[in-house]
Design a binder for this molecule. Structure first.
Ligand SMILES: Nc1ncnc2c1ncn2[C@@H]1O[C@H](COP(=O)(O)OP(=O)(O)OP(=O)(O)O)[C@@H](O)[C@H]1O
Ligand SMILES: [Mg+2]
Length: 249
């Protein structure tokens, strides 16, 4: 029996404009369960808009978006149910700074009735272990470094037991010396089989961790393929030019 790949995220011919600015043009992309897709491309090419649409922080003008069995482009779909299964990590953490680490991680699963307070605490301690910050449960988020905050933001997203994790430039706001700590957590997560879609400028990380690299430019997927193909044998002229700029930086 051949093993069927399970499509976790299905995007078909999605378009999005802000006024006259046609930001996403007929984007189609399928992401399989356990797959790690890294999105690269110049500023303004539509990467964040695309990720935000997967979580319905933005609505597409046309096209189909399915996450698991849910059609999130259908207005009848309960988007809160879908969102519970999609974890999102942003450049600027979006944590509650005046709360403790434990409060940040346990808040959503308890409030949404996914877990009892005790279960959520137990899970939070496991996640803190996983992100390498087991002794930070009771400190205020205020007191943490950027790299620590981002690892807490990842733990918070994982507390909901998501099926898919979205990352929008998770290391761009960090001091260079702590970027590796966050990337290591993401590598472990990838190895554990999490389905991940990651926007990043960390090309070394992309080469190492991505199953597939997708190049966005001018609101289109100009090329996609294995890291070897994208980095060693890019076909698209705009991708070649983009890589020559980021690689010399
Ligand atoms: N809420 C909004 N209202 C109006 N225009 C927007 C909005 N969000 C994004 N845009 C525009 O959409 C285009 C794509 O932006 P987006 O943030 O998706 O790009 P990006 O590829 O993530 O860029 P960067 O690498 O700088 O993060 C840009 O021209 C941007 O100005
Ligand atoms: Mg962006």
């Amino acid at each position: 029996m051949s093993e069927e790949k399970q499509v976790k995220v299905h995007v078909d011919k999605v378009n999005k404009s802000y006024g006259d600015n046609h930001v996403l043009r007929d984007i189609s992309l399928d992401v399989n369960q356990n797959e790690v897709v890294v999105m690269i491309g110049p500023s303004g090419s539509g990467k964040s808009t695309f990720l935000r649409m997967l979580n319905q922080l933005e609505k597409p003008d046309s096209g189909v978006i399915q996450v698991d069995k849910y059609d999130i482009s259908d207005p009848k779909t309960d988007i809160n149910k879908v969102r519970e299964n999609i974890g999102m990590v942003f450049q600027n953490f979006n944590l509650f700074n005046n709360y403790t680490v434990l409060e940040n991680i346990t808040l959503a699963p308890v409030q949404l009735g996914k877990m009892s307070k005790e279960e959520a605490k137990k899970k939070a301690h496991e996640l803190l272990e996983m992100v390498g910050l087991p002794d930070k449960a009771d400190v205020s988020v205020n007191s943490l470094s950027g790299g620590q905050k981002q690892r807490i933001a990842i733990a918070r997203a994982l507390a909901m037991n998501p099926d898919v994790m979205l990352f929008d430039e998770p290391t761009s706001a960090l001091d260079p010396e702590v970027v590796g700590d966050v990337l290591d957590v993401m590598k472990n997560l990838a190895q554990s089989g999490m389905t991940m879609i990651i926007v990043t400028h960390e090309m070394g990380f992309a080469k190492q961790v991505a199953d597939r690299v997708v190049f966005f430019e001018s609101g289109k997927i100009q090329e996609s393929g294995s890291p070897e193909q994208i980095f060693n044998a890019p076909k698209n002229a705009r991708l070649q030019s983009f890589l020559s700029k980021v690689m010399e930086a």
